[in-house]
Ligand binder design. Structure first.
Ligand SMILES: [Zn+2]
Ligand SMILES: [Zn+2]
Length: 372
C-alpha cells in the first residue's frame, strides 16, 4: 500500500510530505484508510526530539481512526467497511504477565510493546510510522472498535487523551464520593474532567489559564481553581483524593501536593522530565503518593470508548488540514488550542501537490508494526 504521510527527518525541521510503502495485511492484520488523526502534545515533543529518543524519520500520530479497506486471513473482529481506531500501541508479545493482565503498555517481552510511531525502544534499524498518513496496517488485536454513537473525528482523541486519563481513575478506583483534581486542562485534561464526572466524582479543574474558566465549567467541572491564586489554593488544602496531572512539561508539583487528602495519589501522565525539589515532607506526613501512568491497555481503551458513547462524552475538537500541522504545533506550544486539533486526512489524500513533492523513505517500513 503506497502511503503519503507528514513527518520530519530531523528535530529542527518542519513536518513535510513523505511517502512510503506499508506492506499489505498478513494473516490477522487489517488495513485502514485513515480518515482522521488527533494531534497530541507528545507528537510535538517526539518530532522535536525533546525526549532525546526520536528515531528518524519521525511520522507522528497515535490517535488514528478510519475505515477498514482490507483484512488478512483469519481476521474476526473486522470486515471491510468497518470503522476502526488505533491508539498508542501496535504490538506486544501477548504472552507475558502484563499482556495477560491487559496491560500491554507495560509488556515485558523482549521488545516490550511497540508504539504506533517511533516504535522500537532501542533504535535497531526499524521504526514505526504513525497516523499522520493516508493508510495504516495493524494486527487486529490492537485495533479498536468505534461505537456507532461516536463520529470518527470525535473518536480519535479518545485513543490517547481519553485512555491516558481514564487509566489512573480506573486503577485508583475513582467513584462517587471522591474528589478528582485535573491538573492542566488541555487535550488530556478536558477529557479527564468529563470522564471523572461520568464516574460520579466531584471534579476540580486546576489551571494556570483562568481565562478558560467558562469553557472548563461547560465541560462539567464542579470547580475551577487558578493554581497561581494562593488564597484559592489554600482554601482547597487537603480536599482531593486523586489528581490526574496532565501537564506536559516540568513544573512545580508542590502546590498540588498541598491539595491532597491523607492517603491520596497524584498520577503524572504527561511530564517525563522530572520534578525539582519535591516536597517529600508533605508526601510522608500526608501519605501522598506521586505515581506515573502510561496510556492504557487495549481492553481499557475499548472500555473508555464505550464509556464515552454511553455518557455522551466528546472531545472538543478543531479540525485542521494536514498542511496546517506546523502552525498547529506552534499554537499548541503557545497553548492557543482549546482543546484538541484533529487532522482531516482527506485533505492529504486529495493533495496531489503533496503526493508529488513527497520525499520517498527507503527504510524498512514494516519495522515491528505487525511482527508476531
Ligand atoms: Zn498522545
Ligand atoms: Zn507482553
Amino acid at each position: 500500500m503506497e502511503v503519503v504521510g507528514y513527518g520530519t527527518q530531523e528535530a529542527s525541521a518542519k513536518l513535510s510530505p513523505l511517502k512510503f510503502t506499508r506492506e499489505d495485511p498478513r494473516a490477522g492484520e487489517i488495513a485502514i484508510e485513515v480518515t482522521h488523526c488527533g494531534v497530541c502534545h507528545s507528537d510535538l515533543h517526539q518530532a522535536r526530539d525533546d525526549w532525546d529518543n526520536t528515531v528518524w524519520p519521525c511520522i507522528p500520530g497515535h490517535e488514528v481512526v478510519g475505515t477498514v479497506t482490507a483484512v488478512g486471513e483469519g481476521v474476526t473482529k473486522f470486515k471491510v467497511g468497518d470503522r476502526a481506531g488505533i491508539g498508542c500501541m501496535v504490538n506486544s508479545c501477548q504472552e507475558c504477565d502484563q499482556c495477560d493482565m491487559g496491560h500491554e503498555q507495560y509488556c515485558t517481552g523482549p521488545k516490550s510493546c511497540t508504539l504506533t510511531y517511533n516504535g522500537p525502544k532501542k533504535p535497531d534499524g526499524t521504526n514505526t510510522y504513525g497516523g499522520y498518513s493516508t493508510g495504516f496496517v495493524v494486527r487486529e488485536e490492537f485495533a479498536l472498535t468505534i461505537p456507532d454513537a461516536i463520529d470518527l473525528e470525535h473518536a480519535a482523541p479518545i485513543l490517547c487523551a481519553g485512555i491516558t486519563t481514564y487509566q489512573p481513575m480506573k486503577y485508583f478506583g475513582l467513584k462517587e464520593g471522591m474528589t478528582l483534581g485535573v491538573a492542566g486542562i488541555g487535550g488530556l485534561g478536558h477529557m479527564a474532567v468529563q470522564i471523572g464526572k461520568a464516574l460520579g466524582a466531584k471534579v476540580v479543574a486546576l489551571t494556570t489559564s483562568p481565562g478558560k474558566k467558562d469553557a472548563i465549567e461547560k465541560l462539567g467541572a464542579d470547580a475551577v481553581i487558578d493554581v497561581n491564586d494562593g488564597d484559592a489554593m489554600e482554601a482547597n488544602a487537603q480536599t482531593i483524593d486523586l489528581i490526574v496531572n496532565t501537564i506536559p512539561y516540568q513544573h512545580d508539583l508542590n502546590p498540588y501536593l498541598a491539595l491532597m487528602k491523607a492517603k491520596s495519589q497524584i498520577a503524572v501522565v504527561g511530564n517525563f522530565l522530572g520534578f525539582d525539589d519535591l516536597d517529600t515532607a508533605t508526601m510522608v506526613f500526608q501519605h501522598v503518593g506521586v505515581t506515573g501512568s502510561l496510556i492504557g491497555g487495549v481492553a481499557d481503551t475499548q472500555e473508555v470508548l464505550e464509556l464515552c458513547a454511553k455518557h455522551d462524552i466528546r472531545p472538543e475538537i478543531e479540525m485542521i488540514r494536514m498542511d496546517e500541522i506546523n502552525t498547529a504545533f506552534e499554537r499548541m506550544q503557545e497553548e492557543d488550542v482549546r482543546f484538541r486539533h484533529v487532522i482531516d486526512m482527506a485533505s492529504l489524500r486529495d493533495d496531489k501537490d503533496a503526493a508529488d513533492k513527497a520525499v520517498k523513505i527507503d527504510d524498512p517500513v514494516r519495522g515491528e508494526v505487525v511482527g508476531r
